[in-house]
Design a protein around this ligand. Structure first.
Ligand SMILES: Nc1ncnc2c1ncn2[C@@H]1O[C@H](COP(=O)(O)OP(=O)(O)OP(=O)(O)O)[C@@H](O)[C@H]1O
Ligand SMILES: O=P(O)(O)OC[C@H]1O[C@H](OP(=O)(O)OP(=O)(O)O)[C@H](O)[C@@H]1O
Ligand SMILES: [Mg+2]
Length: 299
């Protein structure tokens, strides 16, 4: 009883309880300074510094809990939102840049069924019954065949080798699992990444301010992981070329140096292109180029 009372008025935030998204979600919560201690076996825990509780749930169940308004905020995969058919009841607040994968139709590399049309009418095993069902229904309408979609909860790639399926629909990231099972992809149903979701019709409107606060903290942590700060010195006459290379998010910060004719530039740069940016800056005469990691930010 005490337990229910303690979470009654709190914002409920659902986090995947295990699997591919779990560790990344914990990092995100930590970066956003959401303080909690998860006791063993307990799937609900109170947050110390916000009127909020974390609820650890299977990623697949989170869209339904959020869509139906029993949970206010959640993190799950876009694939799970699509599979749950909760799309209209769930608002995607923020893509999170991790958990990137594609849902693909896969067949044995050496089999005689190498197109989705030839797979139509055969047996397809998947954990994504809804999405695979929709996909093959559309295809079956063209071919006149009837594909059998069968559900398994995991290790989907084993189904063809075990003689359970002619093809599968499953997630692919690096492709390692697919290749190890002797499969290859012949079609993509969707691409997905982890996403912060909230109820489209939230039952507790008094939580909106807190949702905005958490969203901006999480967005800050995500941006800090995506960008670095690039500082360098350049002759003023080359400034235009330099800021074309590092335009910054709004504009680069340019400060005069004690040395007449030189300026210091400071600009945010996407981490994934930073080496190339440094090469280009160096080529136009920039010097003292420093790349500084961001711990956190609001941009
Ligand atoms: N290999 C992967 N790379 C990146 N993201 C993935 C990968 N596999 C799954 N995901 C994402 O993570 C979400 C949760 O999948 P995951 O397999 O971790 O959950 P689970 O099946 O509940 O856990 P487990 O596989 O441990 O039983 C998926 O819906 C998808 O969005
Ligand atoms: O392309 P890859 O990088 O190899 O990743 C893809 C694999 O990751 C997921 O499986 P998971 O590890 O969650 O196991 P599961 O099949 O038991 O859910 C997914 O279902 C694929 O099997
Ligand atoms: Mg899995």
């Amino acid at each position: 009883m005490e337990y229910f009372e303690s979470i009654k008025d709190r914002l409920l935030f659902a986090i995947p309880k295990k699997g591919r998204l779990y560790e990344k979600c914990l990092e995100l919560l930590h970066g956003a300074d959401i303080q909690f201690t998860r006791s063993q076996r307990l799937d609900v825990c109170l947050v110390r510094n916000f009127p909020m509780a974390l609820v650890f749930l299977p990623a697949a169940d989170i869209p339904r809990f959020v869509g139906e308004g029993n949970i206010d905020l959640g993190i799950t995969g876009q694939d799970m939102v699509a599979e749950s058919e909760m799309g209209p009841l769930v608002t995607e607040v923020l893509p999170l840049g991790f958990g990137k994968c594609s849902l693909q139709v896969q067949v044995p590399e050496k089999g005689n069924l190498q197109t989705v049309e030839s797979l139509s009418g055969k047996r397809v095993v998947t954990s994504f019954e809804v999405l695979a069902g929709q996909y093959f229904k559309e295809l079956d309408e063209k071919t006149g065949a009837k594909t059998r979609i069968e559900y398994v909860g995991g290790s989907v790639e084993a189904a063809c080798a075990l003689g359970l399926a002619d093809g599968i629909v499953d997630l692919v990231e690096s492709g390692e699992t697919m290749r190890a099972a002797g499969l290859h992809a012949i079609s993509t149903l969707l691409v997905s990444e982890a996403v912060l979701i909230k109820s489209t019709q939230t039952k507790k409107s008094n939580h909106n301010l807190l949702i905005d606060r958490l969203t901006s903290r999480i967005a800050g942590v995500i941006a800090a992981g995506k960008y670095v700060l690039c500082n360098y010195n350049i002759e003023r006459i080359r400034l235009k070329d330099a800021t074309a290379i590092t335009p910054g998010r709004r504009a680069a910060t340019v400060s005069p140096l004690d040395d007449e004719g030189w300026v210091a530039v400071s600009s945010m740069v996407e981490k994934k292109i930073v080496a190339e940016v440094m090469d280009r800056l160096e080529a136009i005469g920039a010097c003292d180029i420093l790349i500084i990691a961001l711990d956190n930010c609001r941009v």
